[in-house]
Each structure stands twice: as C-alpha cells, then as structure tokens.
Design a protein around this ligand. Structure first.
Ligand code: ZN
Length: 387
C-alpha cells in the first residue's frame, strides 16, 4: 500500500489523463458521443451512468465556478474508487498501474488484467493463488508493469472485444502507455526520503519563538477533533489574560513528526506550537489552548494566537488526511474562540518567512509568496473544506 501522497498522486494522474478542460484549464463537463456506451456526460472520466451522484455533484460545482473544489473532490472520488487495487500488491508502482486499470475497467476488470499478467486463471478474484504469483513477479516491478500493459491490451481485445477498428483504440493505447510511464516513475523511488531530525526548522523557527501548527476540517466546528497524542512541553508561558483572536498556520519544513515533537521539547532556542497535524491526519497537542506557545516569532502575537503546525517538507502540499484533521481543528477553534476567517492567517503574515510553505499550492499559494497570496490560498482551501 502506498503512502497517502502516492495514493493522491496516482488519482491525480488519472484525473489528468481523463479530464477535459476549458480554455482556462478548469475542469469541464464532457458530453459523451453516443458510440461510447456510457452515460450522457462525464467529468474527469467520472461517468454519469456509473457514478450518478458523484458526476452530478462535480457538474454542479463546475456550474457554480467552484473549480478548485471540483478538482479536489474528483481526485478523492478517483482515489476512493481505485482503493480496491491497493491491497493487491505492496509495490506502489504496480498498485499505481492497477489503480488506473480499475478506474477504466472496474475492480473486476483490473483483477482479471492482473491475473492475466501473472498467468493465473482470470476469475476476477484475487485469492491465494493469485497472491503467490504476484509475490513472485513483484520482485521485478519493471517486468511486471510491462506484463500488465500487455495484459491490458489483451483484455480489451478478448474480453471487451475492442481493437484497431474502434474509434477509441488509438486513445486507449496512448492512455495505457502514458499510465505505464507514470507508474514506472515510482520504481526505486523511496516513499519518503529520510530527513534528518529537525532538518527543517533551523531556517525559520529557531529565532526564539517560531513554530507552526495546523487546522481542522470540514465540519461545523461543534466538536474538537480527537487529539491522538498529548506531548506536553515546557516551552510555553502564560497568555497574561490576552484573548485568543488569531489562528496561525505553519508547516514544519520536514516530514519527520517525531523530530518536530522532540524539537519543541528539547530544541534550542526554545520553540513550540499548540498542535501538530501529521501527514496521516494524526493530531498531536503540546500546549494547552489557554497557554502561550512560542510559534509566531513575535511575543504579542503568540499571546493572542493558537499555532498549528502541519508536517510537510518544502514542496509538499497538504494531504487529504491532514486537511481533514486540520480543517476540523480550525473550524472548532474558530467556533470556540469566536475567531472570524480573517483571523486565520499563514505565518508569513506575522513575520518574514516562507511558512506555511507549499501547503496550499493547489489553491494558488506557495513558499515565498506574499502574505496576501498565501492568505488567499489558505482561505480558498478553507472554503473547499466547508469553512
Ligand atoms: Zn511557521
């Protein structure tokens, strides 16, 4: 099973293979030719006949001009639909290609393609025999991917009864090959580069009072999300009765959550954050809301704010799981402390820093962008999460 990032990268590639876009690059509704045999329209390959609710929802978002949200939801729909392929092989390059097969030919079709590739009877049920054959073949992922590409074509000819006479054939071949190239890009690519502890924080958070924090997702803010771990730190002080009216969003600059936790306990200069949201959506709290954490690089801002760190390296966008927890946390904090949306800001609006990095790059933000741009991206993301 791949990492959450790999899962979304795979779904994103499928979306990009499938998507029709308008002149501005926004997702568009594609009205299908009658020969296709599917429904009347689709969005990013999500067909109205097979996924009526999802297709209608996406078409509605596009009609309302909510393109970013449509894009994100389409990725999640594709990821969820193709999750069926995830347990079949623990080599992500293979999983990635199987996800693409599953999206096009359904879970059963993808299972049969896989079985054909590893030379077992293609009954569409990945049982012990299939698993043993897969375990043997996965030792050479490149060769297995080539077998899958061939099996996919064979399946199309023999089971779907499509060949060069179909007007779709050229497009299919092109698609199979592009998906193959994409899947091969994961061979030998480690899921995560080992990053030395604390590697990230040095450049901006070790100024005496710097750190980052996270947010909460997609609910009405009535319930605080579950804190998975309490890791209290002595790096904190009193708010001196200052009201909380800001939520400051940070990124850790490293994918190592343990390194960040340890740094906020033992690092020097001493820094901390109230919360850290892991890339898997886990929530760590280190300082009570009622106390001052040292994350903003500005004492009076620390007194009035909650700091949320998001585990992410430079270049990493927020993961789906992380977004969910973060949005739930932010929504709850806003409700609890009566903070309006304008009070939710990226760290770069407090001091000169690249924080919160590329977390909201998909919404127009990015490391090094101005406070206005990063804040606007953060708020667009919040809107997409229902805040
Ligand atoms: Zn920060």
């Amino acid at each position: 099973m791949g990492t959450p990032e790999q899962r979304l990268a795979s779904a994103k590639s499928i979306l990009n293979f499938e998507a029709r876009r308008d002149a501005n690059g926004h997702l568009a509704v594609y009205h299908l030719p009658v020969e296709d045999g599917g429904g009347t329209y689709e969005v990013a390959g999500i067909n109205e006949k097979y996924h009526p609710d999802e297709a209608a929802r996406l078409a509605g978002l596009i009609a309302a001009g909510k393109f970013d949200q449509a894009e994100l939801e389409a990725i999640e729909i594709i990821a969820a639909f193709t999750d069926v392929a995830s347990p079949w092989c623990d080599v992500f390059a293979i999983e990635c290609y199987l996800r693409d097969c599953a999206f096009n030919r359904g879970p059963r079709g993808a299972a049969r393609i896989l079985q054909r590739a590893v030379d077992v009877a293609d009954d569409g049920d990945i049982g012990p025999l299939s698993k043993a054959a897969i375990a043997n073949r996965k030792k050479n992922p490149g060769a297995l991917l080539d077998e899958l590409r061939s099996a996919r074509e064979e399946y199309e000819r023999k089971v779907v009864h499509r060949d060069e006479t179909s007007i779709f054939w050229k497009g299919l071949v092109n698609r199979w090959n592009k998906a193959l190239t994409f899947a091969k890009s994961f061979i030998d690519a480690p899921a995560e580069q080992p990053i030395p502890e604390h590697a990230g924080h040095e450049h901006e958070h070790h100024d005496g009072q710097g750190v980052c924090e996270t947010c909460g997702s997609g609910n009405d803010g009535s319930t605080k999300p579950v804190v998975n771990r309490w890791e209290p730190t002595s790096h904190q002080s009193s708010r001196n009765n200052t009201d909380i009216d800001r939520i400051i969003v940070h990124y850790t600059t490293s994918r190592n959550i343990e390194g960040s936790i340890s740094w906020f306990k033992h690092g020097s200069p001493r820094t901390s954050a109230h919360y850290i949201v892991g890339r898997d959506g886990s929530l760590v709290q280190m300082v009570n809301d009622s106390d001052r954490a040292w994350h903003a690089g500005n004492s009076s801002m620390n007194a009035r704010s909650i700091g949320i760190e998001h585990v992410a390296a430079l270049g990493d966008t927020i993961t789906a799981e992380q977004a969910k927890t973060s949005a739930a946390l932010i929504a709850w904090l806003m409700e609890e402390y009566e903070i309006d949306k304008d009070g939710v800001i990226p760290h770069c609006c407090v001091k000169s820093t690249s924080c919160c990095g590329d977390l909201f790059k998909d919404f127009g933000g990015g490391a090094g962008r101005s406070c206005d741009v990063q804040k606007s991206a953060l708020h667009k993301w919040m809107t997409s999460m229902g805040i």
